[in-house]
Design a protein around this ligand. Structure first.
Ligand code: HEC
Ligand code: HEC
Length: 256
C-alpha cells in the first residue's frame, strides 16, 4: 500500500471535464474542481492520512469499500485513484449529483487537494470483493458482443478502466449501481459524463442495455486485486458491515 503516484493530467482529461463551474452549491464551498482535480492528480498520496479520512466514508461504503450488492452504494475498492479524485472533485463542485454524500466531500469535512489524493490512494489500494451483485444471466452472450464492440475501447476488455484517460474500472461493480449510473449518464443527469459515451449508448433497446450491463457486472477483477472472501479490513476492527458477501447467494443467486 505504498508509493501511489499519480499521472500528470493530459489535455484530454481537461476536455472531458465539461463545464466545471456548473451548479455549485453553497457559495462558501464553491471550488474550481478543474484546478483542484489537476492539483490532486499530481500529489503523492499519504496513505496513513487516507486511512484516517476514510473513517468518514465507512458508514456508507463499508470498511472494505465494497458497497452493497443491492447497488445503493458502489464498490469503490480498487477503483483507479485518478477516477476517485475526479468523482470527488465533481461531486464537490456540483457536476455530479450525490445529495447523500455531498456533505462529506466539502472542504470543511474532507479538506483540499492533498486530502482528496490521500483518501483516493487509500481506497484504490483496498482489495476488491468478487461477490458483487449480478444482473440477468440470460443474455450474457449478447452482452459480451455489445460490450466488446462498444465499451471495451474505453473501459478495457475486462472492465479494468484506463488510468490515463480516467475511465472508471467497471469490473466487480454491482449490477444495480451500473444500471443507475448508466441511466443517469444516458439522460444527462450525471453532468460530468463523457460526451462520447453518452452518444455511444443512445439507441440500445432495453434488452441490449440489460445484456451489456449484466455482462459488465459478470466481469471478474484479476486475482491480484481480489480479497479473500471473508477478508475484513484490519484498519477498522470495530466496524461491522451490514452486508456479508455470501459466495453462493451473491455469485449465483443474485441473477434475476
Ligand atoms: C452518507 C453516505 C455516504 C458517505 C458518508 C460517503 N459516500 Fe461516497 N457515495 C455514496 C453514494 C450513495 C454513492 C453513489 C451515488 C450514486 O449513485 O450516484 C457514492 C459514490 C461515491 C463515489 C463514486 C464512485 C463511482 O464509481 O463513481 C466515490 C469515489 C465515493 N463515493 C467516495 C467517498 C469517499 C472518499 C467518502 C468519504 C470521504 C464517501 N464516499 C462518503 C454515499 C456516501
Ligand atoms: C468514449 C469512451 C467511453 C465509451 C465508449 C464508454 N464509456 Fe463508460 N465511461 C467513460 C468515462 C470517461 C466515464 C467516467 C465519466 C465521469 O467522469 O463521470 C464512464 C463512466 C461509466 C459508468 C459509470 C461508472 C461509475 O463508476 O460510476 C458506467 C456504468 C459506464 N461508463 C458503462 C459503460 C458501458 C456499459 C459502455 C458501453 C455500452 C460504456 N460505458 C462506453 C467512457 C466511455
Amino acid at each position: 500500500m505504498a508509493n501511489n503516484t499519480f499521472l500528470p493530467v493530459s489535455l484530454l482529461v481537461v476536455s472531458m471535464l465539461g463545464c466545471p463551474s456548473a451548479i455549485a452549491g453553497d457559495s462558501a464551498e464553491v471550488v474550481d474542481n478543474l484546478s483542484e482535480f489537476e492539483t490532486a492528480l499530481k500529489l503523492t498520496a499519504d496513505l496513513e492520512n487516507g486511512r484516517k479520512l476514510y473513517k468518514m466514508c465507512v458508514a456508507c461504503h463499508g470498511p472494505e469499500g465494497w458497497g452493497d450488492s443491492n447497488g445503493s452504494y458502489p464498490q469503490i475498492a480498487g477503483q483507479l485513484p485518478g477516477v476517485i479524485i475526479k468523482q470527488l472533485a465533481d461531486i464537490r463542485a456540483g457536476n455530479r449529483d450525490n445529495p447523500i454524500m455531498r456533505a462529506f466531500t466539502t472542504v470543511r469535512a474532507l479538506g483540499g487537494a492533498q486530502e482528496i489524493a490521500d483518501v483516493a490512494g487509500y481506497i484504490a489500494a483496498l482489495p476488491m470483493t468478487q461477490y458483487n451483485g449480478l444482473g440477468n444471466s440470460r443474455n450474457l452472450e449478447q452482452g459480451k458482443e455489445i460490450y466488446q464492440r462498444d465499451c471495451a475501447d474505453c473501459h478495457g476488455y475486462n472492465g479494468e478502466g484506463d488510468a490515463k484517460k480516467h475511465v472508471p474500472v467497471i469490473h466487480g461493480q454491482h449490477y444495480r449501481y451500473l444500471e443507475r449510473q448508466y441511466a443517469w449518464i444516458r439522460s444527462g443527469l450525471r453532468r460530468n459524463s463523457n460526451k462520447e459515451m453518452v452518444k455511444q449508448i443512445q439507441g440500445y433497446s432495453l434488452r441490449e442495455e440489460d445484456a451489456v450491463l449484466s455482462y459488465t457486472a459478470s466481469l471478474l477483477p484479476p486475482e491480484e486485486k481480489l480479497a479473500e472472501p471473508d477478508w475484513k479490513n484490519p484498519d477498522f476492527p470495530n466496524y461491522h458491515r451490514s452486508w456479508t458477501p455470501d459466495p453462493v447467494r451473491d455469485r449465483r443467486g443474485s441473477y434475476r
